[in-house]
Design a binder for this molecule. Structure first.
Ligand code: PNS
Length: 174
C-alpha cells in the first residue's frame, strides 16, 4: 500500500461541544499530518446541544492561529467525505478500552467501504482520558466547574445554554 508521510487527515466527530481532549488530538495530528480537517457531522437524527454552526464557530475560535487546521461540516458517509476532500486518513481519539469496541467497528466498516482510507488512532494526554462531550455537558447542566477540561469560551456558551437568563459571565459572541 502506497502512503505518503504528511498529507491531509480528517478528524471527524459530533463535537457537541469541542473539549480540551479533542484539542489535544488536533495538536497531535498536526505533528503527523500537513493539514487536519476537523469535520463536524450534521446528523438530523440527533438533538445536539449546539447547532452545527455553533459547533463550527466554537472549534474555529478554539483553534485560532493554527493555520493547518480547517473546520468543516459533513453529512452522509465519512469515507465519501474523505475522498471528496482528498484525505487519505481518518483520525480518531482513543481514551480508554471502553472506546475501543465502537471505534474498531467504525474503522473496519470504513475500511470495508473504502480500503484506501486508513484510520489512525491517537491517545490524548492522560489528564483528558475521562473527558467527553457528554460528561462535560452533564457537569455544566448541573452547575459544575470545567476549567481546564474545555476551552473557556465553551464553558461560557454551555453555561448560557443551560442558564439562559443568568447574568454570570458576559457572552463573548459566536
Ligand atoms: O464524535 P462521535 O459522535 O463519536 O463521531 C462519530 C462519527 C461522526 C465519526 C461517525 O458517526 C461517522 O463517521 N458518521 C458518518 C456516517 C458514516 O460514515 N457511517 C459509517 C461508518 S460507521
Amino acid at each position: 500500500m502506497k502512503r505518503q508521510r504528511g498529507g491531509r487527515a480528517i478528524f471527524p466527530g459530533s463535537f457537541d461541544p469541542i473539549t480540551n481532549g479533542h484539542l489535544d488530538i488536533i495538536e497531535r495530528a498536526l505533528c503527523v499530518f500537513d493539514e487536519v480537517i476537523v469535520a463536524v457531522l450534521i446528523n438530523a437524527a440527533k438533538q445536539p446541544l449546539f447547532t452545527a454552526e455553533e459547533r463550527v464557530a466554537l472549534i474555529k475560535r478554539s483553534c485560532r492561529g493554527r493555520r493547518r487546521v480547517r473546520v468543516d461540516t459533513f453529512s452522509g458517509l465519512l469515507v465519501e467525505y474523505a475522498v471528496a476532500q482528498s484525505a487519505g486518513v481518518i483520525v480518531r481519539g482513543l481514551r480508554a478500552i471502553s472506546d475501543f469496541e465502537y471505534e474498531f467497528q467504525m474503522a473496519l466498516m470504513n475500511r470495508r467501504l473504502n480500503p484506501e482510507i486508513e484510520t489512525v488512532f491517537m491517545m490524548p494526554a492522560e489528564k483528558y482520558s475521562y473527558v467527553s462531550s457528554r460528561i462535560v455537558k452533564e457537569v455544566s447542566r448541573l452547575g459544575g466547574e470545567l476549567s481546564g477540561l474545555v476551552p473557556a469560551l465553551v464553558q461560557q456558551k454551555m453555561h448560557r445554554k443551560f442558564r439562559p437568563t443568568s447574568t454570570r459571565g458576559r457572552d463573548p459572541g459566536p
